[in-house]
Design a protein around this ligand. Structure first.
Ligand code: NAI
Length: 329
């Protein structure tokens, strides 16, 4: 089976090669994203593999079908960038990697909390310049604080367990409460109550019609003044301009983002010699109490290997025409 791998960085190529060598898969690696502009690259391939910011819309899917592509193997958990209905209509099979390392993303959410709280991003630069003054670096103890987790699936559950370990009171909201988390001492409450009671709110639900711009003027109004908001899920869960307004007013005291609504134009690339054409994003970076990372929550050795192994496994199962649990459409 010939596979065109899109959005492929050197680290992806290393792990995918090590897992697909000595199999019947023939992988060709492209740095570019799959979109209408790059669709001509798929000529002669049986399958494509994509990542979070490839634009797998209905038009792309239609052309994939015309080119003879029979499957799309996503190398990520989220699938909001794929038109599943169009894939189903065209008879293209979609696979994803549902649980490559919930711990990786959960630990990154905690890293953002710790950085924002103890201001290590600022301390690092101060100490390098010989400035050992502590004014402006005051943090707070996590023990005893109330942490709200929205979405308690694989990543949210891992996050809740870590925060319980810090001695936090963990409040949860999910459409499907987890008895395991309740048994571990977490408490499910309504979304409004979670907003009202939490010192820290971490987002771990998927992006869909009901969660789009979940963090907006209405929800922010219900939160404590100075709340910390962490988003490692999908950028469009947060209305960026409303978050900036709330940073100016002090409603948001700390903002940690690993994802951004318009990230597909900038993330995963070296933009250091370019002028980033996004004034909202540029403004966000100027706040001392905002930490942004470039969608690296998943980026651990363990997760990369799991992604590669599962992607290869998905393609081989498709080749053998077995129906499979990781098949989305
Ligand atoms: P999951 O499917 O295991 O859990 C998602 C949970 O959200 C489920 O329990 C579901 O019931 C809940 N949910 C759905 N709609 C909801 C709503 N309206 N309100 C509250 N809860 C709702 O997914 P998993 O693996 O935990 O991943 C969560 C998200 O994390 C993914 O959708 C993806 O967007 C993001 N992600 C980010 C990565 C990164 O590198 N930053 C890497 C992997 C995933």
């Amino acid at each position: 089976m010939k596979v065109a791998v899109f959005s492929c960085k050197p680290y992806d190529k290393r792990t995918l090669s090590s897992h697909s060598d000595n199999t019947s898969l023939s992988m060709t690696y492209f740095e570019s994203r799959l979109s209408m502009e790059t669709i001509s690259l798929v000529k002669g391939f049986d399958a494509v593999s994509c990542f979070v910011n490839d634009d797998v819309n209905a038009d792309v899917i239609h052309l994939l079908k015309q080119q003879g592509v029979s499957t799309i193997a996503l190398r990520c958990a989220g699938f909001n960038n794929v038109d599943l209905d169009a894939a189903k209509a065209e008879g293209i099979k979609i696979f994803h990697v549902p649980d490559y390392s919930p711990t990786s993303v959960a630990e990154h959410a905690v890293a953002l909390i710790m950085t924002l709280n103890r201001k290590t991003h600022r301390a690092y630069h101060r100490v390098k310049e010989g400035n050992f003054a502590l004014e402006g670096l005051l943090g707070f103890n996590l023990e005893g604080k109330t942490v709200g987790c929205i979405g308690t699936g694989r990543i949210g559950a891992a996050f809740c367990r870590i925060m319980k370990g810090f001695g936090c009171h963990v409040l949860c909201y999910d459409l499907y409460p987890s008895q395991t988390l309740i048994d571990q001492g977490c408490e499910y409450i309504s979304l409004d109550e979670l907003y009202q009671k939490s010192d820290i709110i971490s987002l771990h639900c998927p992006l869909n019609a009901s969660t789009h711009h979940l963090i907006n003027t209405d929800s922010l109004e219900k939160m404590k003044d100075g709340v910390m908001i962490i988003n490692t899920s999908r950028g469009a869960l947060v209305h960026a301009q409303k978050a900036i307004d709330a940073l100016y007013s002090g409603k948001i005291g700390y903002l940690g983002l690993d994802v951004y609504e318009q990230e597909n134009k900038i993330f995963f690339e070296d933009m250091s010699s370019h002028i980033i054409q996004d004034s909202v994003f540029q403004l966000m970076l100027t706040f001392p109490n905002v930490v942004v990372t470039g969608h690296q929550g998943y980026f651990t050795d363990e997760a990369l290997n799991h992604i590669a192994a599962t992607t290869v496994d998905n393609l081989l199962h498709h080749q053998n025409e077995e129906s499979y649990a990781r098949q989305l459409a």
